[in-house]
Design a protein around this ligand. Structure first.
Ligand code: NAD
Length: 456
């Protein structure tokens, strides 16, 4: 399998993909190794995670460079991702033992009865991951899954393979046995082979299309399936905001990671009273973004990781134009080696247009004027997705009233494109099912076992 730098088109490496037989061997080895791993104390398992964290810090510059080279992410944003990963690991280090402790929920001295809950690891799980934040979306799964005593067959995206191999090497160096965390290398074919194994759980991060296939294939197997999928995340800007500051914050939410985040701002609704001022400030902000070499410290917009996405973006712009949208900025690919799309701002958009309905996953955004809060809420909820949504206003009560009516996994007041390890990360509708992060995102890698204990 060739690993291509999306910013230059250059081949970075050639790696061997795992065929069905290799996947089977890894599965069998993981199955054999998991009980001994689960038999270790939580503290011992967390010690390996602590050493992994130290390795991440030691190797940060090298890891950031590899990530930037293989996905085209601006180098500062690669380092930010690694800093974010260590923050999430800190949360798991501090919360896992307490969360997984056995819990006595009832005692009755007369009946000599105790009822207790323990948290058993699921067993051998597949972690099929995306490329856009490989350290985040992978770490949200493999860190708590390992800490809880599972063996993990980790399939990095074919677009983040070198990062996946770094992760495996660092975990092994930190004391996680090779059979307990095994990288499974390849694309959809390898992913399909992995799903054929008799796993105890599937934890997937990726697109709705792939997630739906995985859910269908796992349906008859009665195993835990978690799907963290795409979004079409809206922001509503009320008429009482500081226009320039809000435009800058929301533009960052839309264009950070070159718009290739699951929780990127993908639709903006602006109260009509400030629409024109907001659009002017927004365009001025986006014009200031430096587009170019992802290894340049000043670059803010990098390459498009997957070449086919350029066609999706072009089609969305063409469809919007045809239906009456105005292109205020960008609107097409940038002609240079590699995969590049100009930061694009569209106005006069509406919900007949693909750009306001389908995940764009690139540096392109539509801004629509709305008459009032009710209209904004109706449009925000008019989507097949439901990952995040946010509102900008000075008025906390107004924000609360709006966000109460929003159907999504996360809601934001005066912020966006934000993930916290302390809060559950989940989607509704086509954005997925299940969750990661928070203490629920530790428990999710276990099954609660009920103990009915009567001493004689
Ligand atoms: P993708 O669906 O193309 O691929 C995801 C993973 O699935 C890859 O490892 C891929 O090789 C594998 N895969 C593909 N087909 C498969 C099959 N039939 N069987 C088994 N495995 C298969 O997604 P992507 O392009 O890597 O990621 C982008 C998508 O992920 C976007 O939609 C984005 O919003 C979403 N995402 C969601 C979250 C979240 O937390 N909700 C986080 C990051 C990304």
């Amino acid at each position: 399998m060739k690993i291509i730098n999306p910013a230059t088109g250059a081949t970075l490496a050639v790696v061997a993909a795992d065929g069905h037989a290799a996947v089977r061997r890894k599965y069998e080895a993981a199955r054999a190794a998991q009980p001994a791993w689960a038999a270790l104390s939580v503290k011992k398992r967390l010690d390996t995670i602590r050493r992994f964290r130290e390795r991440v810090v030691e190797l940060k510059d090298t890891l950031a460079q590899t990530l930037t080279n293989e996905v085209g992410k601006p180098i500062r944003q690669s380092r930010n991702e690694l800093n974010g990963l260590t923050g999430r690991i800190d949360f798991f280090l501090s919360e896992t033992a307490r969360t997984l402790r056995d819990e006595t929920v009832f005692t009755d001295g007369c009946q000599k009865l105790e009822e207790r809950i323990s948290h058993e690891p699921l067993g051998v799980i597949a972690n099929i991951s995306a490329w856009n934040y490989p350290y985040f979306v992978g770490g949200n799964v493999f860190v708590p899954a390992l800490a809880a005593g599972n063996a993990v067959l980790y399939k990095p995206s074919e677009f983040a393979t070198l990062t996946g191999l770094h992760i495996a090497e660092m975990l092994h160096d930190s004391g996680v046995p090779e059979d307990v965390f095994a990288p499974v290398i390849g694309d959809a074919t390898t992913g399909t082979a992995l799903l054929r194994q008799p796993l105890d759980g599937v934890f997937f991060t990726g697109s709705y299309g792939t997630g739906a296939k995985i859910a269908a294939s796992a349906g008859r197997r009665m195993i835990k399936v978690q799907l963290e999928l795409g979004g079409k995340d809206p922001i509503y800007v009320c008429d009482d905001v500081d226009v320039a500051a809000t435009a800058a914050a929301v533009a960052d939410g839309a264009f950070y990671n070159t718009g290739q985040s699951c929780c990127s701002v993908e639709r903006i609704y602006v109260h009509e009273a400030i629409h024109d001022a907001f659009v002017a400030a927004f365009v001025a902000e986006v014009k200031g973004y430096k587009v170019g070499d992802p290894l340049d410290e000043l670059t803010y917009i990098g390459a498009i990781t997957r070449a086919p996405q350029l066609t999706t973006l072009r089609k969305q712009v063409a469809d919007a134009r045809k239906k009456g949208a105005r292109v205020l900025l960008g609107g097409d690919v940038i002609k240079r080696r590699g995969n590049w799309f100009a930061p694009t701002v569209l106005t006069d958009v509406d919900h007949t247009m693909a750009v306001m309905r389908d995940e764009s996953f690139g540096p392109i955004i539509g801004i629509q004027a709305v008459a009032d809060d009710d209209a904004a809420v109706a449009l925000m909820n008019d989507t097949e997705y439901g990952l995040t949504a946010g509102v900008y206003t000075h008025d906390g009560k107004r924000a609360r009233k709006i966000l109460d009516r929003i159907n999504s996994g996360s809601v934001y007041w005066n912020c966006c494109d934000r993930v916290s390890p302390r809060l559950p990360w989940s989607g509704v509708k086509h954005s997925g099912m299940g969750l990661t992060l928070s203490t629920y995102g530790i428990q999710t890698f276990t099954r609660p076992k009920a103990w009915h204990l009567r001493s004689s």
